[in-house]
Ligand binder design. Structure first.
Ligand code: EPU
Length: 303
């Protein structure tokens, strides 16, 4: 029996069979709307299922990638030669205990922001406009308006390649600008956050203000994966790209946003190849004209 048959029979024997599909188009699972098919796509609902998949990876030597909500992702035109996982079910749990929140890695940041605001808890207002998952936000230390997700973290739960669960401290997670030490683990499963008690109306107002600032300074109507590059120390990538006259520059169906230089848009059935050609063009220009290296923030899958 191959790994596909094994995975199929595993899911069919579950009480609540999770969603498993083969040859699944990945363009509908990421905000860029780009990418070929995954050999398998599996929505994992429980820790047990996740541990099973880690063991399958080891035993069968099959590549596995976890895509979060696909908001910071560029998937290859050739797709992914393995299993793509999405965390659902018990990974979508949110549990409030005074100012402490236990949150599953599958929860979306907008949902977390709104529910925290309704509890009058401050700290996560910046995240309403970030469409990613808590797991992705932890790994990337997502942030906006001077706040970063890692600042809120007390503990982070991860699963190792052996299927073992570890409970890490914030120091263990090693957060820095758009980076953490969590990537080498098989999967981030959840976190405990410490928020600050406040007034529900004030928290909601701040959250809405930050969201309005985002939608007036960044594109939101067209498909994109958020900021394409990290800000180099002492610079704004968007400003550098703007100053190099690259806004509106287009390769194939991919275009540099005319609103904010650090966003690449999928305007007309762009391929991953179009996007990467545009990325390279931007990197070359900014290096030539400003002597600054731009490093991609968007994560690559299947390259
Ligand atoms: N600017 C330009 N032209 C542009 C874009 C920006 O002149 O095309 C100027 C702005 O006017 C401003 C400065 O550059 O004076 C900085 O721009 P902005 O406030 O938009 O911030 P940013 O550094 O470009 C960062 C994060 C965003 C986050 C915003 C708001 C990174 C790579 N980007 O952008 O995060 O939403 O601050 O806090 O850290 C993301 O990580 O995906 C992301 C979008």
């Amino acid at each position: 029996m191959g790994w596909k048959e094994e995975l199929s029979s595993f899911t069919q024997n579950r009480k609540n069979p999770s969603k498993l599909r083969f040859d699944e188009p990945l363009d509908k699972h990421n905000f860029f709307g780009i990418g070929g098919n995954a050999e398998a796509y599996f929505e994992v609902s429980t820790i047990d299922e996740l541990a099973y998949v880690t063991r399958l990876q080891k035993r069968r030597n099959v590549p596995i990638a976890i895509i979060g909500r696909g908001s910071n992702l560029l998937v290859s035109d050739a797709g992914y030669p393995g299993i793509v996982l999405r965390l659902v079910g018990e990974f979508n749990r949110l549990e409030f205990n005074e100012s402490c929140v236990k949150v599953g890695a599958g929860v979306s940041l907008p949902r977390l922001s709104k529910i925290a605001a309704s509890h009058g808890l401050s700290g996560v207002e910046f995240a309403l406009g970030i469409p990613g998952s808590v797991g992705g936000a932890l790994i990337m230390n997502a942030g906006a308006w001077g706040s970063s997700f890692g600042d809120l973290v007390e503990r982070v739960q991860v699963m190792t390649d052996e299927g073992e669960l570890l409970d890490l401290s914030r120091d263990d997670a090693q957060f820095s600008y758009r980076h953490s030490g969590l990537k080498p683990y098989f999967c981030v499963t959840g976190a405990t956050l410490i928020l600050t008690p406040g007034n529900a109306e004030e928290v909601d107002n701040l959250m809405q203000d930050l969201y309005n600032q985002k939608i007036t300074s960044q594109p939101f109507a067209e498909e994109n994966a958020g900021c394409m590059f990290k800000n180099p120390p002492g610079h704004s990538a968007g400003k550098l790209i703007d100053e190099c006259g690259l806004k509106g520059y287009r390769i194939g169906g991919a275009e540099v946003s005319k609103i904010h230089g650090n966003f690449v848009l999928n305007l007309d059935s762009a391929t991953a190849h179009d996007v990467l050609s545009l990325v390279q063009h931007i990197q070359n220009h900014v290096k030539q004209e400003r002597d600054v290296d731009l490093e991609m923030e968007v994560q690559l899958l299947g390259f």
